[in-house]
Each structure stands twice: as structure tokens, then as C-alpha cells.
Design a protein around this ligand. Structure first.
Ligand SMILES: NC(=O)c1ccc[n+]([C@@H]2O[C@H](COP(=O)([O-])OP(=O)(O)OC[C@H]3O[C@@H](n4cnc5c(N)ncnc54)[C@H](OP(=O)(O)O)[C@@H]3O)[C@@H](O)[C@H]2O)c1
Length: 437
């Protein structure tokens, strides 16, 4: 059987950038509430069927995780309380967080090792100018400025670009028609799905589509030889990551075949369980790092997977680095492309001269933040397409470890949730789930 090829195999191009500015003049601090939240004059209000706390004269009481200098999250993150004016700027919306994931890049941002440094601002009224980490999340629109056209109260909303600062209970998004993407119809969706769609699945989608025309390759291979056993191959390490799981699912939906590399678990049973989990998501082959680095892999790749190289391997996705990245390079067919988008092992890898020249390989770096700024319309379309797949039950969000964030939740609990993000062998990504805020 030929692969289930997606007829919408059309590569897209993008438009001009749009930059989000999260902190608004509508935000002001109430230090007394920081010290004595239990005695705050907050009263419960209801909107869109959900409870939120409003202070005197309609001020919304909010809490944010902030940092004023770079360092480890447990050292530099602080929980800051402030209030938000009921008078919104004309184009702004007031958002209440429903679910917010903690991604590796959020920790790198706090550590000061990420590709972009946040600017520390005095606007939140913290003792030192501060920034709020967090790039994605699912928010509910609780109030709408008079000139906003695309959002209504009760909609869910996703920040349109990275750098929004999502580790907070509430946010004022200025210029909301441009800076947040609405989800009007939330039927069939959960906040956890929506909160995690804009970084990892979006990255996987773009990396599978924008470097090698794998779908076109699949169609061409099938037209040449209808006995081709499946679509074009891609290979990835870190395959159980959020990005990796998204790539497996999107690849399978587009009829592609994937070789997926994961680290061994503590026991063979746990390794087999992880392999079975990824296979159920649509992975064609799942290998451990040891199996991938073994000499026998070259033979398996040639004889078992690619029919003696007749089905070339033209795309490798690398988020690990070190030996694993070198093995991806070695596995690629001539004119293949390796896209590096992360460095979880913190190890670099050599650009091997021989393969670079004789296989005429390409090495690319992918960074969603810049891509999103350059292609805002494409970003919106990509998210909408994946959300629709979620709605139809065709795309699963990555597993999460929920951390409840209520009004009473203490600073240490939140700090620890962020600090644990870069630890390996986790059962799921940390996800703040907001309750009574
Ligand atoms: N460039 C971009 O635009 C972009 C966009 C999205 C994500 N990313 C990057 O993609 C990577 C994955 O992000 P994610 O949110 O999908 O990850 P995630 O869901 O939080 O999962 C982390 C992944 O990293 C692996 N890992 C952790 N420590 C490791 C180590 N020392 N050596 C090798 N692997 C290790 C984990 O494997 P185990 O389960 O075996 O520990 C797991 O597969 C990160 O580097 C992130 O910064 C980049």
C-alpha cells in the first residue's frame, strides 16, 4: 500500500513580523497584598463560568513569577502580587491563565543562556526591574477593550509570538488583535492541549515541511515505483520530547516514515514501554541511543529500512547534540539536511569534513521565535491546523506533570516546578494548571 499522503502538501511562505509587548500601563502593584494575601479585599467574581478574584473598584488581583537577574530558577524566581486596572487600553484584552507549560527554553531564559535576553522592566512595580518568563499558554479572555475586533469574552487565547511572559495568573495583552490568537470554539479541546500547541508542535510542523519536501519526495517515489513500501523517511533524536512526539504524529498523518531515537530507561521493561508508546503515536521505528550508535545500525538502515538506500533518508532532526548528532549526520543520505533545534546533552559535535563534502549535506538551525516573527500569518495557520487535528482526536498533546497554581500556592512550589524542567527521564512536561486565582 502507498503511504496515506496528505493532498495539502503545499509549502507555505510567510509575511512580516509582529512583536508582543506583554506589560501594560494597566498593571500596577499592591505590595500589601504580597504580604497579606489572606486579608486582601478580594471578592469572587464570575466570568465565562469561571471564578476570578477582583479587588476594590474592580481591580483584578494577579500574581506573576518574576526574575530580576539571571540564575537558577530556585534562586532568582519570585512570586509577585499586583493588581490590574479595570480600565483597559482601547486595543487590549485582560487574560486569565488556564494552563501554562514550562519548556526547556524558559529555564534557559531564566539562566541567561537563551538566544534572546528579556528586558527587565519597572512596570510591574517589583523592587528591581523584572521580567516574566514563559512563552506559551492557554488563557481565557475575561475583559475586552473597546477597539478589539477579533476576541470576545469567554474565548480562549494563545500568545501569537514567543516572549509573552506566561508564568502569571493574569495578563493584559495590548494590541490584542495582533498579539494573541483567539480560539472561539473550544469544544473538544482542553486547556492543556491548547497551552502546549504553539511551541513544540509548531516547531515539529515547520521542521518537517520547510527544509526538505518529504511529501513531494513520497509522491515522486511512489509514482516511480508503486512497490515503495511507505513515504519518505526522517530521523530524529530526543524522539520522546514534546517536539519529537509531535513530529511522529504529524509525520504519520502525512504518510512519512520515521526513525526515532530515545535514551534507555532504567529497566528494559520501561524502555519497551516507551518504544510501544511512541509506536502507538505513529513511529515507524524506535531505537535506543545504544542501538542507534551501534555499528549494526548502518546495516539495518540500509537493508531493513531503506531498501539498500533506494528510499533515501533526507531529513535528520537533532535536539541532543554530541555523539547522537554525529550519528544523525552519518545516517543521512547524499544531499540530506540536518536541522538542529536543541542541545539537551549540552555537547557540541564536529562538522565532519568528508560527509559534508562527499554527501553534499546541509546543516541548518531552526529557531521558532525568529521564524514566528518573520512569518506571523503562517504561524497562525500552523497553530489553527494543529488545533483542528486535536479537535478531531488526531493529535495528542505530550504527557504533562500538572502543578496546581491557586491564589494560595506558595512561591517554592512554583519555583521547584520550573527548576525540575531540565532534569532527564521525566514522565511529563511541567504544566501549571490554574484553579482559584
Ligand atoms: N529551536 C526551537 O525553536 C525550539 C522549539 C521547541 C523546542 N526546542 C528545543 O527542543 C528540545 C526539546 O524540547 P521539548 O520541550 O520538546 O522537550 P521536553 O518535552 O521537555 O523533553 C525533554 C527531552 O530532552 C531529553 N533530554 C533531557 N536531558 C537530556 C540529556 N542530558 N541528553 C539527551 N537528552 C536529554 C529528554 O529525554 P529523556 O526523557 O531521556 O530524559 C526528552 O526527550 C529542547 O532543547 C528545546 O529547547 C527548540
Amino acid at each position: 500500500m502507498p503511504p496515506a499522503l496528505n493532498p495539502r502538501a503545499v509549502l507555505r511562505s510567510g509575511g512580516s513580523a509582529g512583536l508582543l509587548r506583554p506589560v501594560s500601563a494597566a498593571v500596577r502593584t499592591t505590595p500589601s497584598l504580597t504580604r497579606q494575601p489572606a486579608q486582601s479585599p478580594c471578592v469572587p467574581s464570575f466570568t465565562g463560568g469561571r471564578r476570578y478574584l477582583s479587588g476594590p473598584y474592580g481591580y483584578t488581583q494577579a500574581k506573576s513569577l518574576v526574575f530580576s537577574k539571571f540564575g537558577e530558577p530556585s534562586d532568582v524566581l519570585h512570586l509577585h502580587t499586583h493588581s490590574i486596572s479595570p480600565t483597559l487600553p482601547d486595543g487590549a484584552v485582560l487574560l486569565r491563565a488556564l494552563a501554562v507549560p514550562v519548556n526547556p527554553s524558559d529555564v534557559n531564559t531564566i539562566q541567561g543562556t537563551y538566544g534572546v535576553k528579556p528586558s527587565f522592566s519597572p512596570l510591574l512595580g517589583t523592587p528591581e526591574p523584572s521580567a516574566i518568563p514563559g512563552n506559551e499558554g492557554c488563557f481565557e479572555v475575561v475583559a475586552v477593550g473597546p477597539h478589539v475586533k477579533t476576541l470576545r469574552r469567554g474565548d480562549w487565547a494563545i500568545p501569537a509570538t514567543t516572549g509573552f511572559g506566561t508564568f502569571r495568573t493574569h495578563a493584559v495583552a495590548p494590541d490584542a488583535d495582533r498579539t494573541v490568537l483567539p480560539i472561539h470554539d473550544t469544544a473538544g479541546l482542553t486547556p492543556a492541549q491548547v497551552a502546549t500547541v504553539s511551541v513544540n508542535p509548531c516547531s515539529a510542523y515547520r521542521m518537517l515541511r520547510d527544509y526538505v519536501d518529504l511529501i513531494g519526495q513520497s509522491v515522486a517515489a511512489y509514482s516511480r515505483d508503486p512497490s515503495t513500501p511507505g513515504g519518505a523517511w526522517f530521523l530524529q533524536n530526543g524522539a520522546n520530547s514534546g517536539v519529537g512526539r509531535a513530529a511522529i504524529q504529524l509525520g504519520a498523518l502525512w504518510g512519512l516514515r520515521s526513525i526515532n531515537v530515545v535514551r534507555e530507561r532504567a529497566t528494559p521493561e520501561a524502555t519497551d514501554a516507551l518504544k510501544a508508546e511512541l509506536t502507538a503515536l505513529g513511529a515507524t521505528v524506535v531505537l535506543t541511543e545504544a542501538e542507534f550508535l551501534d555499528r549494526a545500525f548502518t546495516t539495518r538502515l540500509r537493508d531493513e529500512f531503506t531498501r539498500g538506500g533506494r528510499d533515501p533518508l533526507l531529513l535528520g532532526l537533532n535536539c541532543v547534540g554530541g555523539k547522537s548528532a554525529s550519528a544523525v549526520v552519518k545516517a543521512l543520505s547524499p544531499k540530506g539536511v540536518m536541522v538542529t533545534y536543541g542541545g539537551m546533552s549540552r555537547q557540541s559535535f564536529p562538522f565532519p569534513t568528508g560527509p559534508l563534502i562527499f554527501k553534499r549535506l546541509r546543516f541548518e538551525g531552526f529557531w521558532l521565535s525568529e521564524w514566528s516573527k518573520e512569518n506571523p500569518a503562517e504561524k497562525k495557520k500552523t497553530i489553527e491546523e494543529i488545533v483542528e487535528l486535536m479537535r478531531q482526536g488526531k493529535f495528542q498533546a505530550a504527557p504533562v506533570q500538572e502543578v496546581k497554581w491557586d491564589w494560595e500556592t506558595d512561591e517554592k512550589t512554583l519555583q521547584e516546578a520550573v527548576q525540575g524542567t531540565l532534569e532527564g527521564f521525566r514522565s511529563g512536561k511541567g504544566l501549571f494548571v490554574f484553579g482559584n486565582t
